[in-house]
Structures are given as C-alpha cells and as structure tokens.
Design a binder for this molecule. Structure first.
Ligand code: GCU
Length: 595
C-alpha cells in the first residue's frame, strides 16, 4: 500500500508548483522567443479533429499531428500539407473563404528549443478569440476562454530540444452563456489574434508585481512582488535609479514581498507622461519595467489627476486595424490609432468593448493618453449563469493583471449597455468588488443608459451608479433618438453626486458622401450631430469627460446597408481608409477650445 501513496505525492509536487505560476506580466521585459509568423492551419467546421462521429472527444484528434507510419495507415489530415495563416492575425481578413467563418480552426507551429539548465519555459498567448485548447507534442497543456486577454502555460518538462509541435484549436463560435454573448456590434474576428511567444525564466522568477503610488499620496509607492518557483523566501529589491531609490524587502513563504517606499517622483500626466525605469530584482531573477506614477481619484462630481481637476477629452476606439481592417495587434497599429486621437486633441481614449492589445496601453503610457479599459460584458449577458460570472471575473482579473502597472489606465469598466434587473446588478456588483480587491488605485465605471423623465429631461439613475466612481452613459440623440437639433432642448439630471463621462454619442456618415444636414449618412448630418451634441454637453454641470462613438469606422455584421455600410459601422470620425470626416474637425475645435 505505502509505495502507491508516495507515487501519488510525487505526481502532486510538480502540479502544485505549476499552479503557483499565474499570468506572467511584462513579457517585453523578459527573455522570449517569438512564435509569430506562418502557422499551418486546418479549418474544421464540424470539429472532427476533436470529436469522433459520436460527438465524443477523441483521444486521437488533430492535436496528435499524426503521420501515416506506413502506406496502409489511415490518417485524414496533414498539417504540413495544409494552408497557412499569419499569426498574429484574425483569419477573417486573411482569406475571403473565412470572412464570415465562425467555428474551429486548428493551428500548428513546429519549433526546436534548447532549454538551458535550471531554467523554465512557458508558452504565452497575447490572445486567442474565443476559446482555445492548447497542446504540445500531442499532450494537452490547457484551455482558455475569452478572446481579448493573455494566458500562458508552463512547458518546462514537456519541451524537447527538437521537433516540438504546438497545436491550438481556436473556436470563435458565439454562445449565449459566453462573454460577450451572441449579439455584438463588432466583427467576431477569430484566431490567434495577438503575439505567441516562448518565455524563458530562472527556476524561481519574478512572476508578477504591482508598483504604484499609494492612493492620495504623491511620494509613497506601495504594492507587491510575487515570485514563482521553489526558492520563494528571497530578498527583493525595487530600484528606481533616476529617483535615487533602491529599497529591499523580503518575500514570505508564499513568495510575496510587500513593497512600501517613498520617493521624490515627477508625476505622470498627459502633458508630461513621465515613465521611470524600474528594476524588480530578486536573488534569482530581475525584470526591467517602465512605470509612470500618478494619482487618479474623484471628489464629488470632479475627477482629479494628481490632485487637480480635469476633463477627459476622449474618443472611443475599437481594435480595428487602421487602413487595412481586421483585428489590430501591433505597436504600429497602436501608434497610428493613438496619434489620430492626439490629433483630435484627446487626452483620453475608451478602448471598447474589450481589453485591447498590450501595445495600446503601453503606447498610451508613452504618449500621455489616459485609458478606459473594459471587459466585454456587453448588452444581454446570462446574469444568472455562474459559469458566465466566473468567465467574466476571469477576464476582469486577466485585464487588471496585465495592465495594473500602466499609469495611462485610469478607469476599469465592467459593462456596456446592460439591461436593468436584480440579477444584472448582483452580477455587476460582484465584478466591481472583485476589481476593487485586485486594484484599489483606479476608478471603476460602466457605460450605462439613460431615460426620459419628461420630453426635455434626461435622467441617469441606473442603480449600478451607486457602486461606481465614474458614471458612464451612452446616448444617441440625433441618430437613434430623433434628429440632431433634438439635443438643443435637453437637460440632464443624475441621481448621483458623481462625475459623468458621456461614453458614447454620434452617428453614421460615409466619407465623401455629401448632402444637407438632415440627410442621413452624409458628412453634413454627422457634423450637425456633433454641433448640437457639443452645445448640449457644455450645459451639463457634472460632465467631466466625453468619448464619442467612435474614432474610426469598424466592421460589424449588423451593418449590411449596400453602398453605405457594407458591413462597416460608419460612426467613425475617420473612415476605414484613414480619411477625416467633417465631424472630426468639429470635435477637434471643441477639444482645442478646452485645452
Ligand atoms: C451602442 C454600442 C456600440 C455600438 C453603437 C452603435 O451603443 O455600445 O457597441 O456600436 O451603439 O450603435 O453604433
């Protein structure tokens, strides 16, 4: 009897260690090997590479990357003779056949990897939309749900020197119980949409850390450093050379070191987006990071940055690649989109409706643009489904884990345009509590809806408002609600003494389509909406920010109008070809006026 118990214990130890390793942050600051490039793919609408003809999971699926051993063996797929797709990239814009495709695509990448002694190796995905099953050398590593947040698996004891094959089943089928659910107003771009890389670390390494200004302070930096590995009790030093800071702390048995130091710091702001080189040094590992230090808080209806009231001059952005369309993923995409926002006079962007790629938030850090980051709890989610809640909580945690050291990120948003109900409120309160437990340094918000108290009075009294720091509200007066001039006579009221960000307003226009200001789809109609909106917004006493819908046209399956939309939502101030519409200049003038 005894030997068996021992055996089971042995098996347990590696697992426990593996479970300690959470999402690895700041992959840019580590030793990595890119797996980007062409991957062989198999398009598998019936998931016959995963299920047998009885629709039961098969042990002999495509993840085996099998080859016939002799002329008689029956193998009905062959990755190495299959098409390829580029990673990162969505499949919809890489092949006309896959433009509308929603289903499973199998990806395979072969690679060699000589692991150095006393190191660990992880495979890291920036994102895979929507559900990913990941295998290495025919063995399952794990799975991930959610199309817009990163995940990693340890492969230390599985990677071989040569002949490795990484196989990922990516399925972007929409489901009622998923997050987002069945209906969205954006294209369901599928695939390995962001970078894939191998990360090499020491046996015990700096897995995660949180280094930010203590709320309400201008010089106290607090947080933690989390080690992963078997030497968890270590001296951990945080160095900020430019500020003359070098302080050491000791990590506890669980590998966590609590950080608390004071420093004379130049605070980050849009006008001076100061980033400090910060070194997180353990005895066995060190990570280099760029961090800005700033304070963001509310006081009554004001939003304060570093103690001073400010107005968030913003615009919404979808992760649509500028000029070429498809899911954006690169630093260049981020710089192009954020530079257009800067040109508009923006100091703020609402990244809708899901966490965008890490380049977006890191470039926003560098360019001095504040960010509203959101998880896709969008429209009508299955509020009473515990798995849906677990999924939403996980996406929230992954978003916060990845971006919690970005000074630019000032607002976490937990939802967009969700219908009032007790179940919905319970669901969203759960997310808000979770977010606050993960990060007490940022503001919480959500894009809510408003209603008419009477024909000329708008009211914001969604019960969710009570649990938020900043009220977000979407309104389409002049587009879905009347004509542009309807805004002129409207007054806004709120149940809460809190700052309001008008998180969406606007209307569609096809670039270069002209007519009078009452002709829909023309630049003049959109221009008129902005004129009337801005006049209305200026009168709202508790308004502290705006992020009109939207910086650029973006693809949507809900927009088929031929010759005008052609599956593009045309509410962009800039067209899908980078052309600025008249309304762009109306907003630019207002933002200029406010500076
Ligand atoms: C909604 C929604 C957006 C959508 C927009 C529109 O408010 O939040 O995702 O694209 O309106 O209708 O254009």
């Amino acid at each position: 009897m005894k030997p068996l118990i021992l055996l089971s214990l042995l098996v347990l130890v590696p697992c426990v260690r593996a479970q300690e390793t959470g999402l690895i942050v700041n992959t840019e600051g580590r030793k990595t090997t890119s797996l980007n490039g062409q991957w062989q793919v198999i398009v598998d609408p019936y998931e016959s590479g995963f299920y047998n003809y009885r629709y039961q999971p098969s042990d002999n699926g495509y993840f085996k990357n099998a080859k016939p051993k002799n002329k008689s063996e029956l193998i009905e797929y062959d990755f190495d003779k299959s098409e390829t797709l580029k990673v990162p990239g969505d499949w919809n814009t890489q092949s006309d056949q896959l433009f509308f495709y929603e289903g499973t695509v199998w990806y395979k990448k072969s690679f060699d990897y000589q692991r150095k002694p006393n190191t660990r190796v992880f495979v890291y995905f920036g994102a895979a939309n929507y559900f990913a099953d990941v295998y290495l050398n025919g063995e399952k590593l794990g799975q991930h749900e959610g199309g817009f947040t990163p995940f990693n698996f340890e492969i230390t004891n599985r990677v071989k020197d040569t002949g490795n094959f990484l196989v990922v089943k990516v399925d972007n089928k929409r489901r009622l119980d998923a997050v987002p659910t069945l209906m969205t107003d954006w294209w369901n771009y599928g695939g390995l949409t962001r970078e894939v890389k191998l990360i090499e670390t020491p046996q015990t390494f700096v897995n995660d850390y949180f280094v930010q200004l203590q709320p309400g302070s201008r010089n106290r930096v607090t947080g933690w450093v989390k080690l992963s590995g078997d030497k968890l009790n270590q001296r951990v030093t945080v160095r900020i050379p430019e500020a003359g800071v070098s302080r050491s702390f000791t990590s506890n048995a669980g590998g966590t070191a609590t950080i608390d130091l004071t420093a004379d710091l130049k605070l980050w702001s849009p006008d001076s987006p100061k980033l400090y080189e910060v070194f997180i040094e353990a005895e066995t590992d060190q990570v280099r990071e760029q961090i800005g230090f700033r304070n963001i808080e509310t006081r009554g209806t004001d939003i304060l940055l570093n103690g001073r009231p400010l107005f968030l001059r913003g615009v919404c952005i979808h992760e649509e690649a500028p000029l070429r369309g498809g899911r954006a993923y690169s630093r260049e995409d981020a710089v192009t989109l954020l530079s257009w926002a800067k040109e508009l006079g923006a100091n703020f962007v609402r990244l809708a409706h899901y966490p965008h790629n890490e380049f977006m938030v890191r470039e926003a850090d560098r360019m001095g643009i504040m960010v509203w980051s959101e998880i896709p709890v969008y429209w009508t989610i299955q509020w009473e489904n515990p798995d849906t809640l677990k999924n939403a909580r996980n996406q929230l945690q992954e978003m916060i884990t990845r971006d919690k050291n970005r000074a630019a990120v000032v607002i976490w948003s937990v939802a967009n345009e969700t219908p009032l109900s007790d179940a919905r409120l319970t669901f969203l309160k759960n997310l808000i509590t979770h977010a606050r437990s993960l990060d007490g340094t940022r503001l919480l918000s959500a894009a809510m809806e408003r209603h008419y108290l009477n024909p000329t009075t708008q009211m914001i009294d969604d019960p969710l408002g009570e649990f938020l720091d900043v009220l977000g509200c979407n309104e389409y007066v002049g587009w879905y609600d009347g004509l542009p001039e309807k805004a002129d006579g409207l007054e806004w009221k709120s149940k809460y003494q809190k700052p309001l960000v008008m998180s969406e307003f606007g209307g569609d226009a096809l670039f270069n389509h002209h007519g009078d200001a009452l002709t829909r789809w023309t630049e003049e109609y959109q221009e008129s909406i902005y004129h009337h909106q801005i006049a209305m917004l200026k009168k709202i006493p508790f308004l502290r920010g705006t992020s009109p819908w939207i910086l650029t046209d973006f693809r949507s399956p809900r927009r088929p109008l031929p010759g005008i939309q052609d599956y593009w939502n045309r509410k962009g101030l800039i067209s899908d070809r980078g052309e600025k519409k008249k309304a762009f200049y109306v907003l630019q003038d207002w933002y200029q006026e406010m500076r």
